[in-house]
Design a protein around this ligand. Sequence first.
Ligand SMILES: CC(C)(COP(=O)(O)OP(=O)(O)OC[C@H]1O[C@@H](n2cnc3c(N)ncnc32)[C@H](O)[C@@H]1OP(=O)(O)O)[C@@H](O)C(=O)NCCC(=O)NCCS
Length: 153
Amino acid sequence: MSPAEGVRRLALADLETLSALEQAASPDPWTQDQLRAALSDPDTRVLGIEREGGLIGHAVVVRLPFDAELQAILVDGQARRRGLAGRLLTAVIDQAGTWRSERLLLEVRAGNEAALVLYRRAGFGEDGRRRGYYPSCVDGQREDALLMSLPLA
Ligand SMILES: CC(C)(COP(=O)(O)OP(=O)(O)OC[C@H]1O[C@@H](n2cnc3c(N)ncnc32)[C@H](O)[C@@H]1OP(=O)(O)O)[C@@H](O)C(=O)NCCC(=O)NCCS
């Protein structure tokens, strides 16, 4: 099986299931309007991974003038630690390569251990930190954002 197998581009017809997954599994769910805009934008790809016909993960990547940016990656809580985010990330990197992007950029909560391990394993390096960028999570404290990138060119 190829690393990105089972991943397909999502379309407006997938809006309801995509929105249901966001609401069920994301700590910061996108609104339906945000998802509709992403699905409709020619410079954005929403990639999804399914099991038994149901959507269990997705990623959103945007084409910028020189780089690409990973804006979201999410796997259903019941389906984690099975390599699905790794597969989505491979498909995102392939898409950025197709766009001839120089780098794949992202920002992540400094305390999001699962995502940090995933990104570091894929070769992302840290470029900087935005202090207190994210609104409070558990303890009322704002959380830093780490800025990361993967060179592609
Ligand atoms: C981050 C997330 C997408 C990872 O999805 P996943 O399908 O479980 O990830 P994978 O199974 O592909 O894991 C790949 C590697 O990442 C690391 N990893 C993933 N989850 C981890 C966790 N909870 N703790 C430590 N390492 C973790 C591991 O190295 C893992 O490989 P391994 O299982 O062989 O050790 C998932 O936890 C999620 O949807 N979180 C909520 C949304 C989110 O935070 N998205 C990122 C926003 S920037």
